[in-house]
Design a protein around this ligand. Structure first.
Ligand SMILES: Cc1ncc(C[n+]2csc(CCOP(=O)(O)OP(=O)(O)O)c2C)c(N)n1
Ligand SMILES: [Mg+2]
Length: 166
């Protein structure tokens, strides 16, 4: 997630907010509601980890109730990946970093009157994003649960991690 913020760049009609370091995880999910309320005519897409989203997900009702139709893209590796990576570097002792039981985020979305969809294949990403944006343009917040491989790191991740974590 932090790496995504480092790699993506804003364009003329888009902008990206992030601390550039590790942050209070889940914060971006709430901030996205504020961004949408401030700029209702713009599409607001928030990418988040599954751990961060579990802290935040109670605010889906806030987004629905206050007509803040944000799209949430969960990068779901069924773990606290950043912490797990640190544990790997310290002798492969994994403690409390894997979710063997995790809420079904699609059902959580629907239970909060939001659109929800799970995406398991890269070729489905584009259409799923299209359906999510369509829902948000009708005033309905959307949640896309992207299933990702927790050990398939993006290029440059290790360098980035070492710069932040030392
Ligand atoms: C409120 C809070 N608690 C703990 C942390 C420490 N922390 C940094 S990254 C992380 C794991 C994040 O997991 P997830 O959101 O699933 O993202 P992933 O690293 O798996 O991509 C934690 C617990 C934090 N940044 N904020
Ligand atoms: Mg995760």
């Amino acid at each position: 997630m932090v790496l995504l913020l480092a790699l993506l760049q804003g364009g003329e009609h888009k902008f990206l907010r992030g601390s550039g370091r590790t942050d209070l995880h889940g914060r971006g999910c709430s901030a996205a509601i504020g961004a949408k309320l401030a700029m209702p005519d713009r599409d607001v897409v928030c990418t988040t980890g599954d751990g961060a989203f579990q802290i935040f997900m109670k605010e889906l009702a806030t987004a629905a109730q206050h007509k803040a139709p944000v799209t949430y893209v969960i990068l779901n590796n069924f773990s606290l990946g950043w912490i797990k990576f640190a544990q790997r570097n310290r002798g492969n002792r994994f403690i409390s970093t894997d979710y063997k039981v995790q809420p079904d985020f699609v059902q959580i979305a629907r239970a909060n009157q939001c659109y929800g969809e799970r995406v398991e294949k890269p070729q489905d990403i584009r259409d799923a994003l299209g359906r999510a944006l369509k829902a948000t343009r009708k005033g309905v917040p959307a949640v896309l649960d992207f299933i990702v491989d927790g050990w398939n790191f993006a290029p440059g991740f290790k360098r980035f991690y070492e710069r932040l974590a030392g």
